[in-house]
Each structure stands twice: as structure tokens, then as C-alpha cells.
Design a protein around this ligand. Structure first.
Ligand SMILES: Cc1cc2nc3c(=O)[nH]c(=O)nc-3n(C[C@H](O)[C@H](O)[C@H](O)COP(=O)(O)O)c2cc1C
Length: 187
């Protein structure tokens, strides 16, 4: 059976993470079908942070859905997937997920992952975090989501922004037991 992974891109800073993740999946795991949905904020930050358009990002995914396409396959639990990664994940999208307010396809797909008990990884990004953000992130974790903020590690001496991005992408892929180019082998 085909393995499908949903990638949601929302309007937090960190669009290069989505680009790199999709690129890794396309290059190293072409057997996985990627189902992409990008919020309006996600398209805006993509342009701002990478100079890429939504049309460019689509090239890295198997299938891309319009954000308002609430009748799309990924809106239904009967459409089997490995789960979903929201990368980057804005605080607004976290709030939508924990409250079950599925007013767009990205939120609905995340809601479906929770109800079907499928893996949901939130690459949640904001700084500083308010009490509202922290409360919502805590609730998302209680609901079963994995909170994976794009926090760099310094012990492997990143030299470039790309190194830092790659580090987080490896951690995301590990959540789905996917081979990662680099893993820590101890001091
Ligand atoms: C350049 C830019 C960077 C942003 N960075 C963040 C961020 O890091 N975290 C966040 O929660 N919101 C951030 N925002 C605000 C969100 O984009 C905004 O709240 C938006 O409504 C989120 O909607 P969405 O979750 O549907 O994409 C940023 C907005 C812009 C324009």
C-alpha cells in the first residue's frame, strides 16, 4: 500500500524547513507520497523567507491542495496516511488544532490525524512564547501531538543556516522512522 504523508505549511517563520523537508522526502524517500497544503500565511512567509512561490513549492510535493478545499481526500479519515507534519506551525494554527476549529483544509487534516490517532508533528515556532501559546502547546501535546520546535543544537557545530535547518529536518524525519542523513553517535 502506498505510504502517504501530509505536510501542512502555515504562516510561522521557518519556511526553509518546509522546503528542505519536502526536498529530502522527494530525494531520499520517493516511495512516500507527499500531500501538501499551505495556508495563506504560509504562502506569504514562503515568499518572504525564500523568494519561492507556492507554485515552486508544489514542484517538491506529489499532490498539493488549495487551502479552502475542505472536500479534499486528506479531509477524511478514510483516506489512510502515515500522519501529518505542520512545518512551520504558527500559534494561530496551534490554537485552531487544540480547539478543533477546522476552518481550513490544513486544520481539518490535523483534526483528522488526532481523531484517527495518527501521528501529528507540530514544528511550532514563536518567540517569546506567551502563556496562551504555552497553554495551547501543552494541550496539543496532551491530545497526542508531538511538539517539535525548530530549536538548534550547537554540539554538532552548525556552520550555516542550512546546517541548522537540516538538523531540524532530520529530527522531523526521525519521528516517522525515516532514515536521516546524520545521527548523533555519541561523544
Ligand atoms: C514574516 C512573518 C513571520 C511570522 N512569523 C510567525 C511566527 O514565527 N510564529 C507565529 O505564530 N506567527 C508568525 N507570523 C504571523 C502568522 O503568519 C499569522 O498569525 C497568520 O494569521 C497565521 O495564519 P496561519 O496559521 O493560517 O498560517 C508571521 C507573519 C509574517 C508575515
Amino acid at each position: 500500500m502506498v505510504r502517504r504523508l501530509i505536510i501542512g505549511v502555515s504562516g510561522a517563520s521557518g519556511a526553509p524547513l518546509a522546503v528542505d523537508l519536502l526536498w529530502e522526502l522527494q530525494q531520499r524517500h520517493p516511495e512516500i507520497e507527499t500531500h501538501l497544503v499551505v495556508s495563506r500565511g504560509g504562502a506569504l512567509t514562503l515568499q518572504q523567507e525564500t523568494g519561492m512561490t507556492l507554485a515552486d513549492l508544489k514542484q517538491l510535493a506529489s499532490i498539493c491542495y488549495p487551502i479552502d478545499s475542505i472536500g479534499a481526500a486528506i479531509a477524511s479519515g478514510s483516506f489512510k496516511t502515515m500522519g501529518m507534519i505542520v512545518v512551520p506551525c504558527s500559534m494561530k494554527t496551534v490554537a485552531g488544532i487544540v480547539s478543533g476549529y477546522s476552518e481550513n483544509l490544513l486544520l481539518r487534516a490535523a483534526d483528522v490525524c488526532l481523531k484517527e490517532r495518527r501521528k501529528l508533528v507540530l514544528v511550532a515556532r514563536e518567540s517569546p512564547l506567551s502563556t496562551v501559546h504555552l497553554r495551547n502547546l501543552y494541550e496539543a501535546s496532551q491530545l497526542g501531538a508531538v511538539i517539535l520546535p525548530p530549536v538548534p543544537a550547537w554540539y554538532n557545530h552548525p556552520q550555516t543556516a542550512q546546517d541548522i535547518t537540516r538538523q531540524t529536518v532530520c529530527r522531523i524525519l526521525s519521528q516517522f522512522d525515516l532514515e536521516t542523513p546524520r545521527e548523533w553517535t555519541g561523544l
